[in-house]
Design a protein around this ligand. Structure first.
Ligand code: ZN
Length: 239
């Protein structure tokens, strides 16, 4: 163990702090929360679109059914009308009955047309609801793809930074004995990020608490041969 290894530990720790920051930035990207929210909005809007689409389908089918029936009734009225004026029927009773039929068919068609108008209004309301929902869905889909692309690009950028930093860390860690590096890694994991700390005077720079001056002197004296730890935070002390 040498003082150089202890110095190298502090540089490795700087690199580890940078790596932690990069990983935190990757995980806490604000676009992630936004993507989750937009995706939920999209799913809800699509569900609403499906529900309104189903109502629209039913109303449109009803509109067509009424329209068909109105047409059929109209055609029947025309037929009876044609026969009425064909001159082939002379019985006044029969002619009167046919006229009554025609009147009944015209009333029926008029009722059907009123009904159709009402259903058409419902369908038109649903048309515009669907158009609004389609526009919302398109805009949400655009947001989702944009956010997904932004996240992917930022991830790639951060991953490249992480790879570079890890290579730098490996180089910095080269002069450090494996056992000391493992000791540092374990302490850093247990000590919320501080595996090693500079000892300035009698103050540990990790926890900012002081150790007795005789202890600080001993740490300085032994630095080349014995690894010393902060009594308070257990970081490896680097004089
Ligand atoms: Zn400490």
């Amino acid at each position: 163990m040498s003082i150089d290894e202890l110095e190298a530990l502090l540089l490795v720790q700087d690199s580890d702090i940078t790596l932690d920051q990069l990983r935190h930035r990757r995980a806490a990207m604000p676009e992630r929360a936004e993507l989750t929210a937009r995706s939920a909005d999209l799913r809800a809007t699509e569900a609403e679109r499906a529900e309104v689409g189903e109502r629209h389908r039913v109303v449109l089918a009803e509109e067509r059914r009424i329209d068909d029936e109105a047409q059929t009734v109209g055609e029947r009225a025309d037929e009876v009308n044609k026969r009425l004026y064909s001159g082939t029927i002379s019985s006044p009773r029969e002619l009167q009955a046919m006229q009554a039929d025609i009147d009944m068919l015209h009333r029926r068609r008029s009722d059907l047309e009123d009904e159709e108008l009402e259903v058409m209004e419902q369908r038109e309301t649903l048309d515009s609801e669907l158009a609004t929902l389609d526009a919302q869905i398109a805009s949400l889909q655009a947001s989702v793809s944009e956010l997904t692309a932004t996240i992917a690009a930022t991830e790639a950028e951060i991953d490249a930074d992480v790879a570079r930093e890890m290579a730098a860390r490996a180089t910095l860690a080269e002069p450090i004995a494996d056992s000391l590096l493992r000791d540092y890694d374990r302490r850093r994991a247990q000590n919320r990020g501080a595996g090693a700390a500079r000892l300035v005077g009698t103050t540990c720079q990790a926890c900012h608490l002081t150790i007795p001056s005789t202890e600080a002197e001993r740490v300085r004296r032994d630095a080349g041969s014995v690894v010393s730890y902060c009594d308070n935070c257990s970081a490896i002390l680097v004089p």
